[in-house]
Ligand binder design. Sequence first.
Ligand code: GLN
Length: 487
Amino acid sequence: MTDLHKRTLSELAGGLEAGDFSSVELTQALLDRIGAHDETLNAFVTVTGDEALAAAERADAARAAGEGGALNGLPIVHKDIFCTEGVKTTCGSKMLDNFVSPYDATIVERMAAAGAVVLGKANMDEFAMGSSNETSFYGPVKNPWDLARSPGGSSGGSAAAVAARLAPAATATDTGGSIRQPAALTGTLGIKPTYGRVSRYGMIAFASSLDQAGVITRSAEDAARLLGVMAGFDERDSTSIDEPVPDYVGALGTSLDGLKVGVVRQHFDEGLDGDTGARTREAIAVLESLGAKAVEVDMPNIDLSVPTYYVVAPAECSSNLSRFDGVRFGYRAPDPEDLLDLYCRSRGEGFGDEVKRRIMTGTYVLSAGYYDAYYLKAQQVRHLIADDFKNAFEDVDVIAGPTTPTPAFRLGAKVDDPITMYLNDIYTIGANLGGFPALSVPCGFVKGLPVGLHLVGHHFDEATLLRCAHAYEQTTTWHTACPEAFE
Ligand code: GLN
C-alpha cells in the first residue's frame, strides 16, 4: 500500500479497523518517509523507530484480541517539549540536549494508553520562544511548501511533519500562537484549547499562565479525536480544570445555522497583508454561506496584546528557567572555577540568544524599581484585553480573523529583528492572554503559500470551533492540499 501517508488520522483509523493494513505496516511506511525526507526538513530532533514499531506490534496484538483504545495503532509525533520516559526531551535547547526524562507528560501517557504510536520528537524553537523555528539548537525547520521559508514556530517541527505527510498528527504547545501560527503557515489545522483544559504536567514550562497543549492535524475531525483523549482534569496540574470533556467528534456537523461570527475590526488594519486579508474575508463568506451570521466587533485594547505579552511571558519565563542552573539537571559547563562560574557558564553556554533576551527582559520587568511600571501594568492591560473578548462574546459565538499577518516568510528574514518577529503573533496572542480556545484552519493560498482562518471561542467551547472548522472543510479543499514535493 503506497498511499498510507496521504490519509488523515480518521481515515487511517478506519483502515486499521477494517484490517486493510496493520499498524506495523503503517508505522514502517511513515518511518520510511521520515528517513527519506527529514534530512531536508529537519522536523525531528529524535526519531524513535524501534520503540514505534514495538508499540505498533502491541497495538496490532490488542486489536486482534478485540482490545485497544481510541487511538489504537495510530502514529503521532510529540513536540520535544513533552517529557517522554526513556527518550531524550530537549525543548530545542542545548541546555537539555542530554536530558532523558524519567517520566511521561500526562498527555503522552494518555495518548499511549489510548494506543497511539510515537514516531519521534519534533523540532521546535528553543524553550518554545520564537515564531520561525530558527532559535532551535538543532537548526531551523524548513517549510514543506517552500524550503527557503520558515514553517513558523515554535511548533514548526510538528507543523512541517504533518504538512509533509511524515505523520498524520502531532502534539504542539501554544503560549502566544505557537500552534496556530505554524499551522497557518504550513496549511494544517492547529488548535489551542482553553487554558486548563489539557494538563501541563510534564510539559516543559515557558510562561505558565499562558502555555497550553494542543494538536496539529490535517482535519478538524482528527483534532477532535485527539483532543478527546488529551483533555480532562489532571490532579498533577494545579491549573487543570475539572470540567466535563464533551464528545468532540460527535459535536461535528455540517450546518452553521444561527452561529454568530464576530469579525474584529482592528484585525483588518494596515499591518495585514492584502491577499491574506482577502483570503480571510472569503473564508468568513463561506461560513456565512453555511448559515453563520457575521457581525463586526470592536476590541479597543487588542492592539496592546503584543507589548503586554512581551512583558508577561518573559517575566514568567525568567522565573521558570531559573531551574536550569547546571546543578540539578541540564547542561553543565566543564571545569568550573567555583560555584558562580559554574552557574554563569552553564547558563551562558546552555541557552541561546533569544532565551537569554527573554530572561533578561523578564528579570528587568520584575525588578523592584520597575515591577509596578511594567509587570503590574501589563497584568492590568491583560485584564482589559480579556474583557474585550468577554464583551464580544456577549453577542457572538466565535471570533474570526486572520491567523497571521502574512504567509510564510523566508528563513533569515527576521532573525535580526526581534520586534518584527514578535509581530507575527499579533492576532493569536489575545486568546492566550484571556485563556480562550482558538484554532487555525487552512483557508487558501497567497502566491502559492498557505494561510489560515483564525477562530476564537468561549472558554471551554472547543466543540464550536471544531464544528465550525469541520463545516468549513466540507465545502472547501484547502486542508487537503499537499506540497508538491511531498505527495
Ligand atoms: N512566538 C511567541 C513567542 O516567541 C509565541 C511562542 C509560543 O506560543 N510558544 O513567545
